[in-house]
Design a protein around this ligand. Structure first.
Ligand SMILES: *[C@@H]1O[C@H](CO)[C@@H](O)[C@H](O)[C@H]1NC(C)=O
Ligand SMILES: *[C@@H]1O[C@H](CO)[C@@H](O)[C@H](O)[C@H]1NC(C)=O
Ligand SMILES: *[C@@H]1O[C@H](CO)[C@@H](O)[C@H](O)[C@H]1NC(C)=O
Ligand SMILES: [Zn+2]
Length: 370
């Protein structure tokens, strides 16, 4: 299959014609639409994702810009896309990151899908348009760029989870679990001090440059961020703070209610069940990015564990990318809608939670028809 990128659009057009869809009556728009689906139903390596980020920026210069906000241990750039309609005023924002665990390939695939949907929907959907006007979306498709690149090397590296920094003196293994390395109860529970283990938390909080990069961005933006969402797999969970069984966030009930709303919205798409839970019940853990985000004052903080429930585990087949992304998109949108409505029509927020669960189902059915 031909995949030399000049522009995603061009390549996809070529793929489409190979398949014999060269109907002279069909508009270019239709061919793009068909072929985009093709792109978003496959996993892409880091080179392709970087190319894709450039294409997104180039093709949507009025709403998309990119920003390099850190470098990995192996000196690769950590890049996010900022998406939103420009405004003279300081905007509220939403954070989403994917690919902090290398082998969870559905996560970067979801970030790509999410960006594409946002860019497609805001032109026609008034709600999405309003959110693009009031909010900026800061989306990192791959946080753990070294680990993700490593997981693409060959079959024996496919299940790599951690970063790629060498262990401390006396330990010959590589990698820190970046989602045990944040400065939130660091090193206390559900973490390993053995650098050969999958859940090795590092030598100290934020010892890893990837963790530090995300931390710096969150610190800088904490006043503006309404929601923090980090994407993982697998297990079909919506997890919220805290990982430590002895502390509850002040808005525990709100987090639970919004999480349940998201799970309901997800179920309405393809019938998949997501369990809403805090990790103190699921598996206590420390150094989590979601806990750090909540601790610095970001009110809504969630970890999504996407499909499946252990049939394929981390090796989710490509034909399940689309349904997984479709339902997760709606779940994430539920949270973002809630955050948006609460900030911009504050007193109505309680009511709109329920309302949006219903409306979202309608939105889904129209989205999946295209
Ligand atoms: C990434 O994927 C493309 C398309 O399959 C391939 O041509 C390229 O060699 C890959 N790059 C790396 C670094 O694996
Ligand atoms: C990181 O980004 C800079 C600025 O765009 C670029 O010059 C550099 O080549 C990038 N580094 C890597 C390793 O891709
Ligand atoms: C896979 O890549 C790793 C890292 O380069 C290498 O050590 C290993 O020998 C490779 N395994 C196979 C089966 O090619
Ligand atoms: Zn994970």
């Amino acid at each position: 299959m031909m995949l030399c990128f000049g522009s995603v659009g061009l390549v996809l057009l070529a793929l489409d014609m190979q398949k014999g869809h060269g109907n002279p009556d069909s508009a270019v728009w239709n061919r793009m639409e068909t072929s985009e689906r093709n792109y978003y139903t496959r996993y892409h390596n880091m080179t392709e994702i970087s190319e894709w980020m450039e294409v997104m920026e180039r093709e949507n210069p009025d709403v998309v810009s990119s920003m390099i906000y850190g470098q990995t241990y192996e000196k690769r750039n950590i890049t996010l896309l900022k998406i939103g309609l420009s405004s003279p005023e300081r905007k509220k924002a939403i954070w989403m990151d994917c690919g902090i665990h290398a082998r969870e390939w559905i996560a970067p695939a979801f970030c790509q899908y999410f960006v594409n949907e946002l860019l497609r929907m805001y032109k026609t959907d008034t709600k999405v348009h309003k959110m693009m006007k009031n909010l900026d979306f800061f989306i990192t498709p791959v946080v753990n760029v070294d680990g993700y690149t490593y997981s693409w090397l060959n079959e024996s590296t496919r299940l790599w989870r951690k970063s790629r920094s060498p262990g401390p003196d006396g330990c010959t293994c590589y990698g820190t679990d970046l989602n045990r390395n944040f400065n939130a109860n660091w090193g206390t529970i559900g973490v390993s001090t053995d650098c050969c283990e999958e859940e090795y938390g590092g030598t100290k909080a934020s010892s890893e440059p990837e963790t530090q990069a995300v931390t710096d961005m969150l610190d800088e933006m904490s006043q503006d961020l309404l929601a923090f969402i980090t994407i993982h797999c697998f297990g079909q969970f919506i997890i919220f703070p805290y990982g430590n069984p002895n502390t509850l966030p002040p808005n525990y009930n709100e987090l639970m209610a919004v999480g349940l709303g998201a799970a309901n919205a997800i179920k309405a798409v393809h019938g998949m069940r997501y369990t809403v839970i805090s990790p103190d019940i699921l598996y206590p853990a420390s150094g989590l990015s979601q806990d750090y985000a909540r601790q610095i004052g970001i009110p809504l903080s969630f970890t999504f564990e996407l499909r499946d429930t252990d049939e394929y585990g981390f090796i989710l087949p490509e034909d399940l990318i689309q349904p997984t992304c479709e339902e997760a998109y709606v779940g994430v949108q539920h949270i973002i809608s809630y955050a948006h409505d609460k900030a911009f029509y504050s007193s109505a927020a309680a009511v709109t939670t329920t309302l949006w669960t219903t409306l979202m189902a309608v939105w889904v059915s129209s989205a999946t028809l295209l």
